[in-house]
Design a protein around this ligand. Structure first.
Ligand code: WT7
Length: 699
């Protein structure tokens, strides 16, 4: 533990630069919302009390259709790789599609809104979704030779072919792994290699900010990178953005690349029975960034995951089959998997998906879509809310839409931004839930249940039923609610939505998420295995949590996780660069963004070209979403006597905070030189770090 603390003193985390806002007053949901809400029984908290673990989760699993019921709700024998609903047989695609046909075959399942405003939206009814999923599943099975347990990688943007592909995989038991379309071809290739996929599914192009992007070229790069890492992709299946046309400049590779739309002609009218799969089989793998360079493949189960997204979609987001639900996230992230595809569809809702940029072609676009489709549940991230507010603070009032419910997710939301969301977007009518969770978790961990508890701007809310958080200090002592001190938020007991392991790396799973507070590594009692979220948090006396941000080398940029080590290793691929350090800096729209500091090898002088090369290297390794706010070329890095870079000092400079104690530095003089590079000769006013955060994990 003491070594760990020494490390932390040199590093800096999001939680340490977090700004505190004061506790806000409660705001109560309207009687109108409450009168139609799906969960109005406060008894749910008792039913899901820790004494009722694990059987309480049957309530969520019973929202699904099972081929066969499980014999064991929770099996801890391979701790901490928990198993849920063991013995049960289920199919996720059947639950999202087939079972709704009797009642809802003619109702919209997916409403796709293309970015170009002159292109009509497309409605896929449940029947149409059923047909397309079956035909594509037949193709995957008979043409691509895929079967249950095989993995396929997808790198697809926001068009209906993406959920069709996911559901077709789920129908067969093929494990899908979607890589966010905005990631580089290289990062897709690394994920293909990690997963051992021999099939890549992509699309030729898609629209972003008014241009049709060539997406197929990323597939070529991905296949090349995977091959370098020893994984051969023998089939690339390419959907077309516009049937009958080719949206890409990149040639198709003979024998390897195939147009899906052409092949589908052979599968017209084909039906494929959903495969009844063990509840414990993996449904998908979703990669997320961690503290080392290599992203982690979070493995999610069929039965546990689907139960948890069904329960939370129903009770937290209040989704009825008659609702028109719109989550503005990208399906390339976990939010889109759980709360665009699986959660809403399992409940037979109509789920809207939008291809493009929310402010394209103007600040009214989102509100026009909401009005036209009569969306009544809306879900997005603070970054997007800030962006929409900046682009058009008065736009929502110009359109006739009415949300009954709104979700925010992914980062802390400033009370001021929350209020705009509530007053202007929600028109004072919508209940808001601030949902805290992570890629690993499958679904929400903390949030109010909207008809049962009041909202509190800036706080995520209490834990959800069946989720039992605890805040520990560095030594494993519990920090009491209301203590006004921050600590590491952990979850005491497992829940069915949680991931099963890191694909191919159980040791890393145990080490990253459980080692810190586990007392007995041989124990098969879940009480010995609190789950470490990696976030700093505070709990108020009323049980509402405020999440301060990551306590590790991860930066949450615009609601998405980036590992600083990934950016550093990309920067080091530039030949002139000797050392690189990445720190989080506060940003008005994106919450946090990375600042990159590099020092050069002897014989090179700082230049704009080198800074541009660093940016290009990061674009290539990760993608444009990781683009740094600034690249600073500095004479040297601030270092301890043992040669460790003191990122804390760099973060303080980037965020114009007080630099603090420099006595452990080997080269204290360089700090002023760096400060001048960043802030100029005139010293900027500095702000103090919040006292309780500075104490937490700092000494
Ligand atoms: C990290 C997880 C699955 C949600 C999308 C992001 C931060 C998430 C909140 C919230 C404050 C939040 C945490 C968490 N976070 N939700 N409501 N309030 N912070 O998924 O990429 O896995 O990132 O996002 O820091 O650890 P992710």
């Amino acid at each position: 533990m003491s070594e760990q603390k020494a490390v932390e003193a040199d590093e800096v985390s999001e939680a340490q630069i977090a700004v505190h806002w004061k506790e806000e007053e409660f705001i109560y949901p309207s009687p109108r919302f409450v009168s139609q809400a799906l969960m109005t029984d406060p008894g749910i908290y008792e039913r899901f009390a820790i004494e009722n673990f694990p059987e309480c989760f049957k309530e969520y699993a019973d929202l699904l259709s099972w081929y066969k019921y499980w014999h064991t709700t929770f099996d801890p024998s391979d701790a901490p790789c928990w198993k849920w609903f063991v013995g049960g047989r289920i199919n996720a695609c059947y639950n999202c599609v087939d079972r709704h046909l009797d009642q809802y075959k003619n109702k919209a399942a997916i409403i796709f809104v293309p970015e170009p405003e002159d292109e009509d939206h497309q409605i896929l009814t449940f029947q149409e979704l059923y047909v397309r999923v079956n035909e594509f599943a037949a193709l995957l099975r008979d043409f691509a030779g895929l079967k249950a347990g095989d993995r396929v990688t997808l790198q697809m943007p926001m068009t209906p072919e993406l959920p069709i592909t996911m559901l077709a995989c789920a129908r067969l038991g093929v494990i899908h792994s979607e890589v966010f379309g905005g990631f580089s071809g290289r990062s897709c290739g690394e994920r293909i290699a990690d997963l051992g996929s021999r099939v890549l599914i992509t699309i030729d192009g898609y629209y972003r900010s008014g241009s049709l992007l060539d997406h197929k070229k990323k597939a070529d790069e991905a296949v090349a990178v995977a091959k370098d890492e020893g994984q051969v992709v023998d089939k690339v299946l390419v959907w077309r953005r516009h049937p009958g046309q080719y949206a890409s400049q990149t040639p198709m590779v003979d024998g390897r690349d195939h147009f899906v739309n052409d092949l589908l002609a052979d599968y017209a009218g084909k039906r494929v029975d959903p495969v009844p799969l063990p509840a414990e089989d993996p449904l998908f793998i979703m990669y997320t960034s961690g503290t080392t360079g290599r992203p982690k493949g979070c493995q999610h189960s069929i039965g546990g995951y689907l139960s948890y997204v069904a329960g939370t979609s129903k009770f937290v987001q209040d989704i009825h089959p008659t609702d028109v639900y719109w989550c503005l996230a990208d399906i390339g992230w976990i939010t889109g998997h759980s709360y665009i595809v699986y959660g809403p569809l399992v409940l037979a809702a109509s789920s809207v998906m939008y291809e493009g940029v929310p402010t394209y072609p103007d600040a009214g676009r989102v509100w026009r879509i909401a009005e036209r489709l009569d969306v009544n549940i809306f879900h997005t991230a603070p970054t997007t809310i800030r962006m929409l507010r900046k682009a058009g603070p008065d736009e929502p009032a110009k359109y006739n839409f009415h949300f009954k419910h709104m979700t925010t997710v992914g980062e802390p939301i400033e009370p001021e931004v929350w209020r705009w969301y509530y007053d202007v977007v929600g028109k004072g009518e919508a209940a808001i839930v601030d949902t805290f969770w992570q890629t690993e978790n499958g679904g929400f961990l903390c949030s109010t249940l909207p008809a049962l508890q009041p909202m509190k701007p800036g706080s995520t809310g209490p834990a959800l039923p069946g989720i039992h958080p605890v805040i520990y200090d560095e030594d494993g002592n519990e920090i009491a609610p209301g203590a006004n001190a921050a600590g590491n938020i952990c979850i005491r007991a497992p829940w069915p939505g949680s991931f099963q392991t890191i694909w191919g790396d159980r040791a890393r799973y145990v080490e990253t998420y459980y080692a810190k507070y586990c007392q007995d590594k041989d124990s098969t009692d879940w009480r010995d295995w609190p789950y470490l979220t990696g976030d700093g948090a505070m709990e108020a006396e009323d049980g509402y949590f405020r999440i301060l941000g990551r306590i590790d080398d991860v930066i949450n940029v615009a609601g998405h996780r980036l590992g600083t080590k990934e950016l550093e290793s990309a920067s080091l691929t530039v030949e002139e660069v000797a050392e690189a350090a990445v720190v989080p800096v506060a940003d008005e729209i994106k919450g946090r963004v990375p600042d990159v500091y590099v020092s050069l090898k002897p014989g090179h002088d700082a230049s704009d070209e080198i800074a541009a090369k660093v940016k290009a290297a990061i674009d290539d390794a990760i993608g444009k979403i990781a683009r740094p706010k600034n690249v600073y070329i500095v004479p040297d890095m601030p270092k301890t006597r043992s040669g460790k870079i003191m990122r804390r000092v760099l973060a303080a400079i980037s965020n114009t905070m007080e630099i603090g104690d420099l006595t452990t530095l080997a080269n204290p003089d360089v700090v002023e030189e760096i400060r001048i590079v960043v802030q100029g000769v005139e010293k900027l006013a500095t702000r103090k770090g919040p006292a309780d955060i500075a104490r937490f994990g700092d000494e």
